[in-house]
Every structure is written in C-alpha cells, then in structure tokens.
Write a protein that binds this ligand. Structure first.
Ligand SMILES: Nc1ncnc2c1ncn2[C@@H]1O[C@H](COP(=O)(O)OP(=O)(O)OP(=O)(O)O)[C@@H](O)[C@H]1O
Ligand SMILES: [Mg+2]
Length: 266
C-alpha cells in the first residue's frame, strides 16, 4: 500500500480568470476512504472535482494522486489517471439513443479491447451489482429516475475504477430512492475498495455512509473531519445549511471567514 494518501490537496488555490474560486484548500483522503464534499451553491464543489480529474489546474498548490503531482503528468499519464476513475455526474446522463446494455458497455468498448462475450458477462454482472436484472434491452426513456441513476452507476463502475467521483448523485430522487441509491453507492464503494468523493447536499444520508466530510464555504474549507465530529459540531452555521434556511450566520458574516471558522469550531 502506498505510504501517501490516495488523493491530497496542498495549499490549492484556483481562479477562473481573475475571479478566485478556491483558496487554502488542504485535505487528504486515504486509500479506500469515502469523503463527502458539502457546501452552498457556488462554493466551489464541482470545481474541486474538476481539479481532481485534471480538467483544470490550480494556480498554486498541488493536487496529488498517490503522492504524484497531477501538474507533472504527461498527456499519457493523465489519460491513464482518468481511466482509473469513475465519474457520476448530477443527472447521470445516459445516452438516450443507446439501450441500457449499450450504455454500460460503452466505456468497456471505448477503453478496452475486451471481446464482446466478456463485455456481455461484465454488463450483466454490473447490472446485478446495482440491483437491476432483465432491463438490459430497455431504452433510457423506459426507466424511472431511480433506475436511470442505477444504470448510470453501473456504467460508472464498468471498469472497476480505483477512484470514484460523484457530483450530486441524489438530485431529483424521492427520499426512498435516495436512501436506496445512497446505500448502493456505499456498498459499491466497499466492494470495489475505491477511494471516493461525493458532492452532496444531503447531509443526513451522506453522514451515514461516508468516512470523512469536507465542508466548503466561499471557496475555503470550513470544516474537515469525521461524520461524528460533524454531528457534534451543532453550530448555527451547519444548522443553517442543513435546514436550508435563508437567514443565519453565513450571509451576515461573509467574508469574515476567520470568525466564521471560530464560530464553527469554538
Ligand atoms: N467554467 C467556468 N467559468 C467561469 N466561472 C465558473 C465556471 N464554472 C464555475 N464557475 C464559477 O465558479 C464558482 C464555483 O462553481 P462550482 O460549480 O464549483 O460551484 P458548486 O459548489 O459546484 O455549486 P452547485 O452546488 O450550484 O453545483 C461559481 O461562482 C461559478 O459561477
Ligand atoms: Mg456543482
């Protein structure tokens, strides 16, 4: 096992043009851990994910994968890095003109030279892993929202990724489907022993399934710790976030982040 955390950021700062988005970002995720990234809209969560995929680069600081700085990766190494990664985005968009089978087979056909017979077995195996059987010949328009999300998950895990990135995988799901998908993601994560990061607004569900939480506000990490520590925090700031309240300490104190941080931790 590598002596380095699997995913790490050191003093990362990122700006779109001259607009700062993230700063002072420091965290590390050990191999096999599942981390949740939370924070208000526009706080930089998706930007953080894009730094990990290598789609964008920080202006300063380092994004490290197993101790290696992504900035030093060649085009081939970056390609290899992305191959090891499964990414599930907000709407888990399936290709609408491809069947469920072809959707899941897509990354296998694109990125490997596996024979069709093996691909067939793998697709059925992955469908089984997300609790779906006998739907391989359906078209995406014939699936419910929860089923589509499962098929998208099956496609994401098609190549047994070592790194899984989920950007709001629960959006638009009813509470029951949300619970089902949350526990499915957790099981898949454990079975694959992948190192995973999930952007989510659902504090309750995610605290049940993740190992660590990274809380962003205004582009900085406000809190980083275990779900237990997060629950014990009971700060007005977190309550505001959990309750989705318009009024609370967040709006008033901005941009006095130091005092916010003291509120939160003190
Ligand atoms: N390609 C881009 N060019 C310029 N600004 C961008 C770009 N993408 C995002 N931004 C800005 O960066 C900030 C952070 O965006 P980001 O998408 O990371 O937020 P987020 O935390 O994922 O929000 P949400 O919860 O709404 O998805 C926002 O203010 C957004 O307007
Ligand atoms: Mg986002």
């Amino acid at each position: 096992m590598s002596p380095f955390p699997f995913i790490e950021m050191k003093d990362v700062a990122f700006a779109y043009g001259d607009r700062p988005i993230l700063k002072n970002i420091n965290f590390s995720i050990p191999q096999g851990n599942f981390a949740a990234v939370m924070g208000g809209s526009g706080s930089g969560k998706t930007t953080l994910m894009r730094l990990i995929t290598g789609q964008i680069r920080p202006q300063s600081g380092q994004v490290l994968i197993e101790g290696w700085d992504l900035a030093g990766f060649s085009a081939d190494e970056l390609y290899e890095h992305r191959r090891r990664m499964g990414v599930l985005f907000q709407h888990g968009a399936l290709f609408t003109d491809l069947s469920v089978f072809d959707n899941i087979a897509f990354p296998m056909r694109e990125l490997t030279r596996l024979p069709e017979a093996v691909i067939r077995d793998l697709v059925l195996l992955k469908l089984n892993a997300v609790g779906l059987r006998g739907v391989e010949n359906l078209m995406p328009s014939e699936l419910s929202g929860g089923m589509s999300r499962r098929v998208a998950l099956a496609r994401t895990i098609a190549l047994d990724p070592e790194i899984m990135l989920y950007d709001e995988p629960f959006t638009g799901l009813d509470p029951i489907s949300l619970g089902v998908i949350a526990h499915l993601i957790s099981r898949v994560n454990k079975a694959l022993r992948s190192t995973s990061i999930m952007v989510t607004h659902d504090i309750e569900k995610s605290l049940e399934i993740v190992d660590q939480v990274i809380f962003l506000a205004h582009g900085e990490i406000m809190f980083s710790g275990s779900p237990q520590e997060m629950r014990e925090l009971d700060s007005p700031w977190v309550r505001q976030f959990v309750g989705g309240l318009a009024d609370g300490p967040v709006a008033y104190r901005y941009p006095a982040q130091t005092s916010l941080q003291q509120d939160l931790l003190g």
